[in-house]
Design a protein around this ligand. Structure first.
Ligand SMILES: Nc1ncnc2c1ncn2[C@@H]1O[C@H](COP(=O)(O)OP(=O)(O)OP(=O)(O)O)[C@@H](O)[C@H]1O
Length: 269
C-alpha cells in the first residue's frame, strides 16, 4: 500500500516560493490501478516523483508497504526503489544497448550480494561463493529477460536496438525493464502521451494484464481521460496543487463534484 500523508512540496529560489503540492493525502491499495488526473501544471508529475523520492517532499511523508521512505538514507532508499518501477513518456531507454540488454539493465543495477534469485531460497544463495553468485545472477537474468520478452510480446526483437522500434514497442521494453526486479509498485508518468490511440490501447491492455497476473499496484498520471476510463479502478483529481476529488473511477466519473473534473472528463458522461 502507498500512503501519502500531509505532503507539501515547495520550490524556493532567492526571489520566489512556489507551492506545487499542498497537503496531499492519498491511499493507494495493493493491486489498484490508480489514476491521477489534472490540468497541465496541476502538480501531477511532482506528485508521482515524490512517491519514489525522485523529488523530496518539503513536509509530510510517503509510506510504501508500511515503511516511511521519506527520510531514509541513500542505501535504504535504493533498496526501496527496487520495489518501485517507473516508466516515462519518453521511454528513457539506453539507445546503445539492445532490447534484451535494456531489460537486463533493470537487474544489472542490483549488486551481486543484494540479488534475490526468484527460484532459489535466499539462504542457499547467500551461502554461495562470489563467483557462484555471479553465475546464478547471470543465468537468472537471462531467464527473467526471456520471461519478460514473452510478456511484452517482443521475443523477436531481443537483439534489436531501440532506434529500430516503434514508440509502442519502446514503451513495452521500458515496461519490461521496470518489471525486472518484480516491483510491487509501477509508476507511470504520462506513459502513453507520446503514442497514438491504437498504440495507447495496446499499452493499456498490457498494463492491465500485468496488473491482473502479478497484482502489481499501478499509479498512472495522465491528462488523457481515455486512459483512466480504460484501466483505472480508482482516480484522484489534482488541481492547483491540491487533491480536489478522489474515489472509485466510475463514481468520480458519474458523481463528480468539481467544475475542473467536469472539464477534464469533457462532460462526456
Ligand atoms: N524544479 C522546479 N522549480 C520550480 N517550479 C517547478 C519545478 N518543477 C515543477 N515546477 C512547477 O510546478 C508546477 C507543477 O508542475 P508538474 O510538472 O508537477 O505539473 P503537471 O501537472 O505534471 O503538468 P503537465 O501535465 O504539464 O506535465 C508547475 O507550475 C511547474 O512550473
Amino acid at each position: 500500500m502507498i500512503k501519502i500523508k500531509n505532503l507539501t512540496k515547495t520550490y524556493q529560489n532567492k526571489k520566489t516560493k512556489t507551492t506545487v503540492l499542498n497537503n496531499i493525502n492519498l491511499e493507494i491499495e495493493d493491486g489498484d490501478i490508480f489514476g491521477i488526473i489534472g490540468m497541465s501544471g496541476a502538480g501531477k508529475s511532482t506528485l508521482i516523483r515524490c512517491m519514489n523520492l525522485l523529488e523530496k517532499p518539503t513536509s509530510g511523508s510517503v509510506h510504501i508497504d508500511g515503511i516511511n521512505i521519506t527520510n531514509l538514507d541513500r542505501k535504504s532508499l535504493s533498496k526501496v526503489r527496487k520495489n518501485i518501477g517507473m516508466i516515462f513518456q519518453g521511454f528513457n531507454l539506453l539507445m546503445q544497448k539492445t532490447v534484451e540488454k535494456n531489460i537486463a539493465f533493470g537487474l544489472e543495477i542490483i549488486r551481486i550480494k543484494d540479488f534475490v534469485p526468484e527460484n532459489m531460497k535466499i539462504n542457499e544463495y547467500k551461502s554461495l561463493s562470489y563467483l557462484e553468485k555471479r553465475k546464478v545472477k547471470k543465468v537468472e537474468t537471462k531467464r527473467k529477460v526471456s520471461e519478460l520478452l514473452k510478456i511484452i510480446d517482443l521475443e523477436d526483437k531481443a537483439k534489436a536496438y531501440p532506434s529500430m522500434l516503434s514508440g509502442g514497442q519502446r514503451q513495452r521494453v521500458a515496461i519490461a525493464r521496470a518489471l525486472a526486479t518484480n516491483p510491487s509498485v509501477l509508476l507511470c508518468d504520462e506513459a502513453t502521451s507520446a503514442l497514438d490511440s491504437m498504440t495507447t490501447k495496446s499499452i493499456l491492455t498490457l498494463l492491465k494484464k500485468i496488473n491482473e497476473e502479478t497484482k502489481v499496484t499501478i499509479v498512472i498520471i495522465t491528462h488523457e481521460m481515455n486512459v483512466v476510463k480504460e484501466i483505472c479502478n480508482k482516480v484522484a483529481v489534482i488541481d492547483q496543487s491540491e487533491i480536489i476529488e478522489q474515489g472509485s473511477a466510475p463514481d468520480v466519473f458519474k458523481n463528480h463534484q468539481s467544475e475542473i473534473t467536469r472539464q477534464l472528463i469533457g462532460g462526456e458522461l
